[in-house]
Design a protein around this ligand. Sequence first.
Ligand code: GSH
Length: 218
Amino acid sequence: MQLVIGNKNYSSWSMRPWILLRQAGIPFDEVQLKFGEGTKVIGIDKYSAAGKVPVLIIDGEPVWDSLAICETVAEMHPEKHLWPQDDKARRVARSVCAEMHSGFQQMRGKMPMNIRTQYPGKGMTPESKRDIDRVVAIWTECRERFGGAGSFLFGKFSVPDAFFSPVVMRFRAYAVKLPPVAKAYCEAVQALSAVREWMEAAKRETEFVAEDEPYAKG
Ligand SMILES: N[C@@H](CCC(=O)N[C@@H](CS)C(=O)NCC(=O)O)C(=O)O
């Protein structure tokens, strides 16, 4: 299995399946492509007609889009329980992943993921604040209803934690002030070995992608 990803510093969509696979201990070969002019992914045509990362290649066949990839990985590894086992919890888990997948455009646009740089306070508009408040409400509800004794949204690490890991990176980069439950959740995500590994690799990258750097000087 090969996972095709983009720049670790910037590619929030790539981060989700990479974190899921790595944290679950599922072996894969990483193929890293880099963003070129206008964030086009250089060399992606060889892997997917959709032209975007991430892509998971299984037996030569591409699975594209982070949600499809995470669903596929969970289906291939039922023993890993990558979705919560309880029916009600699993329905909510799927819903919050879908909401994350299709929404939060203002937060995404005003606060692009940038792991190696800190821009405290940047990107905070009334619209991005509304998105942030909704993320915090999701996290609070999941932790209260399904967190139990674990540190993650549904207790133990599952697909939704992989889905929200890029948001944790955004809150860190833009120093978003959070209530205690959300702050503790961000700390738990950042302590995951897979997240630490991704962050360390992102910090070593040197490519500068202007489209993803609205707050860089000069
Ligand atoms: N919905 C897709 C979005 C993927 C996406 O937009 N990826 C960006 C990089 S983070 C990309 O490949 N952009 C290149 C382009 O648009 O040409 C997913 O979940 O995988």
